[in-house]
Every structure is written in structure tokens, then in C-alpha cells.
Write a protein that binds this ligand. Sequence first.
Ligand code: HXC
Length: 257
Amino acid sequence: MAYENIIVETRGKVGLITLNRPKALNALNSAVLGELLAATKAFDADDNIGAVVLTGSEKAFAAGADIKEMQSKSYVDVYLGDLFSGWEDFTRTRKPIIAAVAGYALGGGCELAMMCDFIIAGDNAKFGQPEITLGVMPGMGGSQRLTRFVGKSKAMDMCLTGRMMDAEEAERSGLVSRIVPAGELVEEALKAAAKIAGFSLPSVIMNKEAINRAYEVTLAEGLRFERRVFQSMFALDDQKEGMAAFVEKRKPEFRNK
Ligand code: HXC
């Protein structure tokens, strides 16, 4: 597929997707969604890829859903078109996706970052849900995911006042996993992704699945799910290899089996 709004590259076993609508600060329109879904599906299907990094520019990860595309739509348009439901597909990506966020991650941009598996922030990152200033509210998961990640008080504060959170506050609040200098952001995220891609792919995906489960089911169900998945890992050659390598004091050679 020829991409017009994103740049798709590979770096070893890592897929790198860069949002590329600089004139609109990477605002997310339906074309961007279509291309992102195609790129993540292709990486999921590619046996040579073990993890993906999604990034934007140093000024903006993404400044939100495209306001100009939404502006004139009627209720019936957005209801019958089920506006933003397509983003659910993005969260079905099986391989880990790291969001590398520099600059603005606002509205849908913040929501897209939260749909990824974890967020590494550049020290200039700014997160916000400013939809209230447009007369609306988050529509791509912000009211739900932000609340789970940073708690009710901060989620209310951000969604009701529209204020932005800087990288320090985002790390303190658990929204991002770590902060790095903005100039080194992509390299650091690629390093983390390469580390993940060096492990056994089935165990990576099972880890991801189990952690995501924690947001959907009760603790008792989640613990049962974890135990069953953990037990099933003893059917993997890579479990034998990983444990043998530890005992034999050598590096494991995982074969994704
Ligand atoms: C469409 C956008 C955009 C967006 C920026 N642009 N954000 N276009 N949708 N979300 C465009 C601007 O119109 C402008 O185009 C160009 O990008 C550069 O933006 P500026 O505003 O000139 O840049 P700057 O002064 O540096 O300010 C940066 C900014 C500001 C603070 C990020 O652009 C801003 O506030 N953007 C909107 C943020 C927002 O409200 N996001 C939430 C969207 S709603 P031109 O052509 O004029 O040069 C959303 C909700 C989902 O995501 C669910 C609700 C329904």
C-alpha cells in the first residue's frame, strides 16, 4: 500500500510508523486511520517483526482528531457512520506498540497514545483532552482510558478544564512509562522495541494479552487467565530454551515456537 499520511519503515525486527501530516500537526482523519490500520496489520502479519513504534514529529505526536473533517457533520452522519469506532481495530493489534510521544498529544492524539501498549515521552510532551473547549468530549476512549491510567481526579481535571499535562506530571501520574530527551525519543523507543523483539514472540504476545485483561475482568478472573496462559507457555520450545539457557549460563536463542 502507498501511504500518504504516515511513513512506514523497518529497523531490524522493529516496525516504525511515523505520523506525517505536519501541516495539520498530525491531526487524525479517516485517511490516517485507514493507513494506520493497514500498516499495523501488515506488521502483525510479518514474521520478521517483533514490535512496533508509533511516533509523530518533535512538535506534535498528534493534535487530535481532525476538527476540520468533523466540523460540519450532523448527528445522523456520525451515528450512522459510527464515528471513531474504527479505532477499536487499532487496539486489536497483537504485537506490542510503543507510542513515542513528543510535543502535543491532544484529544484523539492522547487517546491514540493510550491505545498503544505503553508511552515513552519526550521531555517536551504535552498531553490533554481539550474537547470541552470545542463543545464536545473525548470520543476515542479518553474518558475511559485516561481515568483508568491517572485516576478520576486528574481525568476530571483534564477533561473538564481542558488543561494540558507536561511530561513530568504524566510520568508521575502513571500515564507514561518514562521520559527521555525529545531529541533522543525515537532512538530510545526503538531500543526498547528491539529489546522486546529479541524475546520469544508468543510469550511477548501472551504477556500483552494478560496485562490488557487486567482492564477488562475481575481480579479473580484475571488471575485465573494469567495462570492458564502461564501454564500453556510450557508447551513452547522457547520456554525450554529460555530456562535451559539460564541454567547453562548462555544467551537464549528464541525461535518463536
Ligand atoms: C485539524 C488542526 C488540528 C486538529 C491543529 N490543526 N490541530 N487541524 N484538527 N485537531 C491545524 C491548525 O488548524 C493549523 O492549520 C495547523 O494545524 C497548525 O496549528 P496551529 O494552531 O497554527 O499551531 P499552534 O499555534 O502551534 O498551536 C498548536 C495547538 C493548536 C495548541 C496544538 O493547534 C490546537 O489547539 N489544536 C487543536 C487541539 C484540539 O482541540 N484537539 C482536540 C481535537 S478533538 P492552518 O491551516 O490554520 O495552518 C478530538 C476529539 C475526539 O480529538 C472526540 C471528540 C469528538
